[in-house]
Design a protein around this ligand. Sequence first.
Ligand SMILES: [Zn+2]
Length: 384
Amino acid sequence: MILKYLLGVVFYLALFLSQAQDTTYARSVIKKLTSKEFLGRGYVNNGINKAAKYLISEFKTIGLLPIRKSFSQHYTFNVNTFPGEINVIIDGKTLEAGKHFLIDPSSKTLKSSFQLFKTDSVTYKAFDVHNEATLEIKLKKKLTYTVATSLEDIAIVELLKDSFPNELKNSDVVYENKFIQNFKCQNIIGYIKGTEHPDSFLVYSAHYDHLGAMGTTAYFPGANDNASGVSVLLNLAKYYKKHPSKYSIAFFLFSGEEAGLLGSKYYSEHPFFPLSKIKFLTNLDLLGTGSDGIMAVNATVFKSQFEKLVAVNEKNKYVSQIKQRGKAANSDHYWFSEKGVPCFFIYTLGGVTFYHDIYDVDITLPLTDYIDICKLLIDFNNSL
Ligand SMILES: [Zn+2]
């Protein structure tokens, strides 16, 4: 009786330790990817390619194999950046980048003082005769940054509405843009050979890029978006290395997602093996929460696979609910489903809602249902 009890304790302790270990690795990956070293995995200081170097070394450590000669697939796109100092002063108050304001990512260099004219409750316009510069100021409830691959003629500064209750009168705005032509990016592609059907692939994908930096003080860490998904992908790679599947398991880490799903588009047009050999692809993006379960995009398109996903979840009670959506061009799975590859995009629901801002950091990311989601993804692939 006592022995049975002790064995029980040992079993749960081992289970707890192995689970703790999995999230320990996840936390270390997320911390590294969101660190200042990679500056938000964008284009200032080549942050994205520094992150790529780290991820390739993780692929090698885990023991993944390249499908071609190397893990990297290079491609290029144009991107606008603000690598230098940004100064925005409104009515004598110097503002903090990312916290009080954002420069619209498609803006060109601006160095001017303006008198501001309110055109509606959330917009100011200004024209500086000396420099022939035009500025638009928009008041926003939330500051949400993006990536621009082309330039606009009008400069836009977005201000956090709540920080500016009074009428605005004048502004000094100084920043320089650097438009990079043909920025060289890479997708990272590795796999574990299947034991029975090595030519048939189950694929996990996740984008490792984010929005980079804006100026010299603000960068966008992208913990939930999508250091979380990358960490799940690496955890699954570790699992499949220990427990090889009868199908080959491929791991696609895409770049250029925030610039318009560019890395996955490039890969889908230049695949390393025929897309028809993909049995199923699961795209992982925004996996850091889970208190309200998960969402499956493409659930209504690939109904029989969705039924399997729900069945393995109900059997093991992994997540509280699996909501379903139809087709959506909201992450890297999109190009694959357009080309007829069966796939889902899975993201978690509930918890913190920081999105495309400076607050999407590792320490507040709850990883609520992290282990259960990993188990669910493995069981689901086993059911296919
Ligand atoms: Zn994302």
